[in-house]
Design a protein around this ligand. Structure first.
Ligand SMILES: [Zn+2]
Length: 240
């Protein structure tokens, strides 16, 4: 099982690691700072570098399709893997600006959850935008949501995570906001993300440590996707 350093500290942008497998899915390390696609959040990109000077681009990161618990660092198609073998020590370094964007948008989607008291039935977080689908038929006001997010950002609320037992989650079903992403079961514990006084729900993604770091995020669009779905799209203010 790949040790998931990003679960405890999302601010780690690099680590040393040892290659434990190389196959058609990609390169598997014993530990990593690379977040694999999941929970709506895009996988990380970056590089793996050996002491011998070989450098491999990582185009995407996925949960390994056939090795449960392992994470595959996916090179671009046709990449040359010379210098990389099982046992090789590497420095794994993520594309930090891209990840910072994921962390800011991901935290902003939690702020949206605090403002819109309806279940979530879809979520996508990329470096360029984030979107969240709410199961509801009432109209939403774009400007009011942008103002609401800005207020929570200005509040500079601490963002933290902790682990609870599955029994504790079962005793508090109201914690589960998402209809599309169910918390992973069978590991004995579930990661919950808390934004002080605003939002508390199971989440395995990467977030900033304080809402102030979300910065200038605005609602760029609200779409009626179906009778019971309202899609809210977020962008960075300087790209809107
Ligand atoms: Zn989250």
């Amino acid at each position: 099982m790949t040790e998931e350093l990003f679960r405890e500290d999302a601010s780690l942008f690099e680590c040393t690691a040892t290659i434990v497998a190389i196959d058609e899915a990609g390169v598997v390390l014993d530990r990593t700072v690379f977040y694999p696609l999941g929970g709506g959040q895009a996988g990380d990109a970056g590089t793996l570098a050996t002491e011998g000077g070989a450098l491999l681009q990582v185009a995407d990161t996925r949960k390994h399709p056939s090795r449960p618990g392992d994470i595959a660092h996916v090179p671009p198609a046709g990449a040359f893997l010379g210098g990389f073998a099982v046992g090789t020590k590497v420095v794994a370094r993520i594309d930090a600006p891209r990840r910072r964007a994921h962390m800011r948008f991901h935290t902003a989607t939690h702020l949206l959850c605090a403002l819109v008291p309806h279940p979530v039935d879809g979520c996508s977080i990329t470096a360029g935008y984030a979107r969240l689908d709410f199961h509801m038929n009432e109209p939403l006001d774009k400007d009011a949501l942008t103002v609401g997010i800005a207020r929570l950002v200005r509040d500079a609320r601490p963002v933290s995570h902790r682990w609870i037992s599955e029994a504790e989650l079962d005793a508090n079903p109201q914690l589960v906001r998402s209809m599309s992403v169910t918390p992973p079961r069978g590991l004995g514990r579930i990661r919950v993300l808390e934004i002080e006084g605003a939002d508390l729900q199971p989440c395995g993604g990467t977030h900033v440590a304080n809402t102030a770091e979300v910065g200038a995020v605005v609602v760029t669009k609200i779409e009626k996707k179906s009778a019971m779905t309202r899609r809210v799209v977020l962008g960075f203010a300087d790209q809107a």
